[in-house]
Unconditional design. Structure first.
Length: 157
């Protein structure tokens, strides 16, 4: 399920320029589709949980299970990605820096520039043993692994 399908308020509604909602009416209009609402620059966090994540080669890397907010700065720090396992058994969780993810609005998923085998070796955690994501050393290691730069407030305690 993608963010448009998980949109309970219609914030990502697309219409055909006549007011007809293409999400519910089909896509056979002669009019150019126009987007309403805040997306894709501003997105509802609840609509992003469960979105698929793939890499640049199109390999399925899992789905977003949680979005971690830095409450003091009001910014998203990480997306928690699930990978592997079957029916949530044996799955591993990964905190991927938000800046490493790119929204693919055509395929309605997120992408991250990482090899599937590299993700399998990434620092991860079990659903019952979450790391201290506020720890500056942990944050520096995660950002280094994904090749991103942490914001200064992330490295301050």
């Amino acid at each position: 399920m993608n963010y448009e399908e998980r949109d309970p308020y219609g914030m990502y509604r697309v219409n055909n320029g006549t007011g007809t909602d293409l999400n519910s009416q089909g896509n056979d209009s002669l009019y150019t589709p126009t987007h309403q609402g805040p997306g894709p620059r501003l997105m509802g966090a609840n609509t992003l949980i469960g979105n698929d994540v793939s890499n640049q080669d199109g390999d399925d890397l899992g789905e977003i299970k949680e979005i971690m907010l830095d409450v003091s700065s009001g910014r998203i720090s990480y997306a928690v990605l699930s990978f592997g396992g079957f029916l949530s058994l044996g799955e591993k969780l990964f905190a991927v820096p938000w800046s490493a993810l790119k929204l693919d609005t055509v395929n309605k998923r997120f992408t991250v520039s990482i090899d599937k085998t590299r993700l399998e070796s990434a620092p991860g955690f079990d659903k019952d043993q979450w790391p201290d994501m506020a720890d500056p050393e942990w944050a520096a290691g995660i950002h280094a692994y994904y090749g991103t730069t942490p914001r200064a407030e992330t490295l301050m305690n």
